[in-house]
Design a protein around this ligand. Structure first.
Ligand code: GAL
Length: 825
């Protein structure tokens, strides 16, 4: 095997057997490779860079997925723009720096690579599949353009067979170009998702060539319908046979069928199987099956294809709302952008898994891939870990939000983009609904519902089994022009105060909080006096973690909770956002160096803010939550009012300051939504020492307690890893939190020491982050200041099994050390 290929290790691919050259030819029907290594990259326009003879020796050698902009430097001039953000109710244009992250993603970039195609000869076909390329991709093989795809978030493939030379090294070149003012957040730049080379026989199952649905689900059986397309050479009509086995999660065959395709028929098999005693997929039981299909012409195996799926049913019903597998439930969802904080947009499965693990612990069961198609790895993980997905297509249709946004492509590309989105992901049990758009300005003209119908018709043609949603923010226009009644799932953004009115008008009989809250906070930052505020700005460009600050259009979490709890046909919410992301530093859009968002329940480095626990207390019904805020180290605040909040799943709690009771609080309805969801002691006077809560359950029994102590001087660095054994696959990651602690192990909540990270052994330092939305320190440099006492270092496994040593040092602090392991799976 050519060393420059990496085997595709994603589930569903029979890669192992297919790569062994000693196997009979029949077993080599399909070969799939990830093109990860040996890419050459440069920024800037390069005449003739598509030509095979072009000399790229001076270009940088990179591996893909690759985000060319994440290495910085941050600079407000990188994405400076004078704009009026209409979504933010702005009336005049102002200068904005950092709106899209302040990173150098704008401009042209080129990637080149040798493309050996093992086994390619007459009778074979080769396809390049891009999971996403940011953006305006033009793909060249041996100097000839094989195709282009403008939208940076979509997956697309090109058949490169006619462009290849057999038995020779071929050259692949990709030109990408990002325009200014094309996005409202950091898009990333480059080949930030995987590139696959797929080699098949010319009789084969094409990319995304199967469509599997389940129905008639009972405890005894489920019907599985599998439609499989086949591609054959033009002018030929071979008689084909498709043998499909359904395997359960343990690999046991539980159903089989064989079908013949008449030489005269259309090139698609339809197979119907009965699956006995199906195990049902849900967020709580993410059980998966695989349909493994073999395509034969006579006795010759032509192709093998795997379709992973789950068995589940759901309904969205008038005046009843949403139910999954017969049980009604409300979405406990988050919206997320695609960037992975310190890793930028470069996709990494371990980083996604880390995010989903944190969301799972919070009790989150759903994700809206705002406002674009996700990486396929996210969808696969959502299947495996149990998340319901709303997969979204667009942030704009015909009417623009930003000068060079998707509207320029809409007419020509919307259908192609929707088709690829749906075909790629329609077999995944996690995908519960499609969204055709977010806050599109076309809401405000009569064309809106017409465009919505066009888009819905396309999605429905490709997948009639899932409903179609849109996120709407222009409430009155949505009824005036008719978008709200036109979409199958009416989603409202930031409109809890109008849900009752909407329900009285909507023919659908239910609605979704498609985007909610947008509360802003900085981890570890507390501002006094503690007041509810909109658009509050401070000199340090931070927001308070008392979780009472929002934007002019948005709310505190509790305002949404009230409507979710009191209105039965509100089917849940997708909170903006799970994680902070690069770009959109509201309310500091005009105040460089702010360049990342503050909406997250978790910060940009993936550390939970207090708000995480407010949602956990509500959403995680399996484990109790007791969380106290603020920290209790306030030199100079002695005797001053310092409110204490407790976010807990228990109904009441008693607070003690240095052992003295501050009384018992019980969640209760009042004119303030917060009193129903938080326990708040608003008059506490600060005195150093400790605060402690004792939480009481519904029966009035003391059930749990939590203490926060005043910290002394910074003394040592404590390292806490999310995982200690990594796969030795060159990709796996450990997220290690470095905490500056006093000698007794209390977090020093204001520590801002510069910390250095050194990794030796079977791993390397990958990146780090501290969650400070104003920090200009670069993620890939091994030193950074702690932000409110903490930062996160990301360690990447090597390809070898062994020990990894991590050492974090800081002046005047005892170093932290930690040993991790990498192991071959
Ligand atoms: C919404 C928008 C999101 C984000 C959010 C911030 O209006 O859909 O993309 O901008 O506001 O609150």
């Amino acid at each position: 095997m050519n060393h420059s290929f990496t085997r595709w290790a994603l589930p569903g691919i029979a890669a192992l057997a297919l790569l062994a050259p000693s196997r009979p030819a029949a077993a080599q029907a399909r070969q799939e490779y990830l093109l990860t290594t040996d890419w050459k990259f440069t920024k800037g326009e390069q005449p003739n860079a598509a030509q095979p003879g072009f000399n790229d020796a001076k270009w940088q050698t990179v591996s893909v997925p690759h985000d060319w902009a994440i290495y910085g430097p941050f600079d407000g001039n990188n994405d400076l723009q004078k704009v009026k953000i209409e979504q933010n109710n702005e009336k005049t244009a102002t200068l904005k720096a950092g709106r899209t992250g302040g990173l150098p993603f704008i401009g042209t970039g080129w990637y080149r690579r040798k493309l050996a195609v093992p086994g390619f000869k007459a009778g074979k076909r080769a396809v390049l599949l891009f999971d996403g390329a940011m953006s305006n991709a033009h793909v060249f093989v041996n100097g000839k353009e094989v195709g282009s795809w403008p939208y940076g978030y979509n997956s697309f493939s090109f058949d490169i067979t006619p462009f290849l030379k057999a038995g020779a090294d071929n050259t692949l070149a990709v030109r990408l170009q990002n325009q200014s003012e094309a996005s409202r957040w950091y898009p990333g730049a480059g080949l930030y998702r995987n590139v696959h080379l797929i080699v098949t026989d010319d009789v084969h199952i094409p990319v995304w060539g199967t469509y599997l649905t389940t129905s008639d689900i009972t405890a005894q059986s489920a019907k599985v319908k599998l439609r499989t397309q086949v591609a054959v050479p033009t002018g030929t009509r071979p008689a084909l046979r498709l043998v499909t086995e359904i395997r359960d999660a343990a690999g046991k065959v539980v159903a089989t069928t064989t079908s013949n395709l008449a030489a005269t028929g259309k090139p698609e098999f339809e197979q119907n199987l009965d699956l006995p005693q199906p195990k049902i997929w849900s967020p709580e039981t993410p059980v998966l099956y695989t349909a493994a299909s073999k395509l034969y012409a006579g006795q010759v195996l032509k192709d093998e294809y795997r379709t992973r799926f789950g068995v589940r049913s759901f309904k969205f019903e008038k005046d009843k709302g949403f139910s999954l597998n017969g049980q009604s439930r409300k979405f406990k969802g988050v919206c997320n952008h695609h960037d992975l904080g310190p890793l930028g947009a470069a996709v990494n499965t371990a980083a996604l898994r880390h995010q989903l693990t944190l969301l799972k612990d919070m009790g989150c069961d759903a994700i809206r891939t705002s406002h674009n198609m996700p990486a396929p790895e996210l969808v696969a993980l959502a299947d495996e870990m149990g998340f319901m997905l709303m997969v979204e297509a667009f942030d704009e249709w015909k009417a623009p939000k930003v000068k060079n946004g998707y509207s320029q492509y809409f007419d020509q590309w919307a259908e192609k983009d929707l088709v690829n989105m749906v075909r790629r992901d329609r077999n995944h049990p996690s995908v519960i609904m499609w969204s055709i758009g977010n806050e599109v300005p076309d809401q405000s003209n009569p064309n809106g519902p017409i465009l919505a119908k066009r888009l819905q018709d396309i999605v429905r043609r490709e997948d009639p089994t899932r409903p179609i949603a849109a996120g709407m923010d222009r409430f009155d226009d949505d009824f005036k022009y008719g978008l709200a009644p036109a979409v199958e799932i009416p989603g409202f953004n930031y409109k809890p105060h109008r849900y009752a009115e909407a329900l009285s008008k909507l023919p659908q009989g239910f609605l979704l909080g498609s985007e909610t809250a947008s509360t802003v906070s900085s981890r570890g930052v507390y501002k006094f006096p503690v007041v509810t505020a909109k658009e509050k700005k401070y000199d340090d460009n931070q927001c308070s973690s008392y979780d009472l600050e929002a934007c002019s259009w948005s709310q505190t979490p509790d305002e949404e909770f009230v409507q979710q709890d009191d209105l039965p046909n509100v089917i849940g919410e997708f909170v903006w956002t799970g994680f902070d992301y690069l770009g959109e530093p509201t309310p500091y859009d005009e105040k460089w160096p702010s360049h990342s968002s503050m909406f997250g329940m978790l910060d940009l480095a993936g550390m939970p803010k207090d708000r995480y626990y407010l949602y956990r207390a509500r959403w995680n019904t399996a484990q109790p939550t007791v969380h106290l805020l603020p920290h209790w180290t306030w030199p100079g605040r002695e005797g001053q009012t310092t409110p204490v909040f407790c976010y807990t799943s228990y109904p009441s709690a008693e607070l003690f300051v240095n052992g003295v009771s501050q009384g018992r609080q019980t969640k209760a309805k009042s004119d303030k939504p917060q009193t129903r969801y938080r326990l708040m002691w608003n008059d506490v006077k600060y005195a150093p020492g400790s605060i402690k809560v004792v939480a009481y359950d519904a029966q009035g029994k003391a059930a749990a307690e939590e203490t926060v102590r005043t910290a002394g001087q910074p003394h040592h660095i404590k390292l806490v890893a999310d995982r200690t054994t990594l796969a030795a696959d060159g990709q796996d990651l450990a997220y290690v939190t470095a905490r500056v602690e006093d000698k007794d192990g209390n977090l020093c909540p204001d520590a801002a020491d510069q910390l250095q990270v050194a990794v030796t052994g079977a791993g390397r330092f990958r990146a780090m982050g501290n969650g400070d939305p104003t920090s200009l320190e670069l993620f890939h440099q091994p030193q950074m200041h702690a932000f409110h006492g903490q930062l996160v270092a990301i360690v990447q496994a090597s390809n070898k099994a062994g020990d990894v040593q991590l050492k974090v040092t800081g002046a005047g602090l005892q170093a932290g050390t930690l040993q991790l392991k990498t192991a071959v799976k």
